[in-house]
Design a protein around this ligand. Structure first.
Ligand code: FE2
Length: 378
């Protein structure tokens, strides 16, 4: 492993050069799914509250949309009504997954103009949508696979979400599990394409590479991958990009690319301030996590040293830990969250460390390979 540049130093470098694309934060993540109504209950079970809705009852003849929210995490779930809608073909090919990463910006026209002048491919030119609550301007460009980066400008809007969406009455309160924000969004791209997308994030969005993990760091007996982490100037928005490396058998990235039918978002990492409580709540509500062998926990206290959490809790729940110069982090990875072995979730708690858990990659990938083997894909 080689840490190319430290996160804070990279942020300072970009600030000096001028941050041409002002991204405020991740506004929401848009999923296209086969059955948004049922998916909304899945996310509600994991602590998300239904906030806004569009569909036949609101005059939307094209698709149903549910906005689910927990603290600063907002997931939009969409399903088209007609099999002839291009959304339906997309879902049939790629399965359920992330369609758009939506960024909050001050001006969606400016964001589109500058990114398309720097090589971004337009999917949606800037347009205003409006209703009685005001107007929202959006624009979008193409990212890896069929994933979009969308710019959302909502300064002149005070409705529940977007024009056309109505507030949902709060029904059964399931209760949050402590998830607070999106930490990073990881993309899987084809062999040989990682550097193309690293350049794209740099050229088009002005992101900087802050970390690099080569296939020496990320290899097991069977598979290998390479990964580079791109960050915006504030360091708030981080996009690791993975590509498969030559291994003895099919890597987890290749398995993803086969089942997703092309590149796309591999995992969403969600921040919690108390990973013990969050993981316990998610587990009790039915979320399935990857487990590393018990031997991992025998060596852990020596590797990580003193931490605020109990090692017994960490081992019981199957949480992973890693430490670097700045502190430590705790993380756990879910099984794929749909039938295809594609998108999964990471739950992460940062105690100083701004890394990604490189010390866990080997153990983690070995446990992913056990799952691949069970799926007949290794
Ligand atoms: Fe991650």
């Amino acid at each position: 492993m080689s840490n190319a540049v430290d996160v804070n130093e990279a942020a300072r470098t970009i600030d000096q050069e001028g941050d041409f694309l002002k991204l405020n934060d991740i506004d929401h993540v848009e999923f296209w799914v086969g059955n948004a109504r049922q998916a909304s209950v899945y996310w509600r079970n994991f602590g998300f509250t239904p906030v806004a809705y569009t569909g036949l009852e609101t005059g939307n003849r094209r698709f149903a949309g549910y906005l689910m929210q927990q603290r600063n995490i907002r997931f939009l779930l969409k399903t088209p009504y007609s099999p002839h809608d291009p959304m339906a073909a997309h879902i049939m090919i790629h399965g359920d997954g992330v369609k758009a990463i939506c960024m909050n910006v001050d001006n969606a026209r400016d964001a589109w103009e500058i990114t398309s002048s720097r090589g971004g491919e337009t999917v949606d030119a800037p347009q205003y949508d409006e209703d009685k609550n005001g107007r929202v301007q959006t624009s979008s460009i193409k990212c890896y696979g069929e994933t979009l980066i969308r710019f959302v400008e909502r300064g002149e809007y005070d409705g529940p979400f977007l024009p056309g969406y109505i507030e949902l009455p709060q029904t059964v309160e399931v209760g949050p599990v402590g998830l607070a924000a999106v930490d990073h969004i990881v993309g899987n791209v084809e062999l040989g394409k990682m550097n193309h997308w690293v350049s794209w994030f740099h050229e088009v969005l002005g992101f900087r590479q802050i970390l690099h993990f080569d296939d020496e760091a990320i290899s097991t007996e069977y598979s290998a991958l390479m990964s580079k982490v791109m960050s915006n100037s504030s360091g708030r928005i981080k996009f690791p990009i993975n590509e498969p490396a030559e291994g003895r058998k099919k890597s987890q990235i290749e398995e993803y690319l086969n089942y997703n039918v092309g590149p796309g978002v591999q995992h969403l990492a969600l921040i919690t301030g108390d990973i013990i409580a969050t993981t316990r709540a998610l587990r009790d509500r039915g979320m399935e996590f990857l487990r590393v062998p018990d031997t991992y926990y025998e060596a852990l206290p020596d590797r990580i040293g003193e931490i605020k959490e109990s090692y017994d809790d960490i081992a019981e729940l199957g949480i992973l830990a890693d430490r670097d110069d700045e502190g430590y982090l705790l993380q756990i990875f879910s099984q794929p969250i749909q039938d295809r072995p594609t998108l999964f979730l990471e739950i992460i708690q940062r105690r100083g460390s701004q890394g990604f858990g490189v010390g866990n990659f080997k153990a983690l990938f070995e446990s992913i390979e056990l799952e691949q083997e069970r799926r007949g894909n290794l």
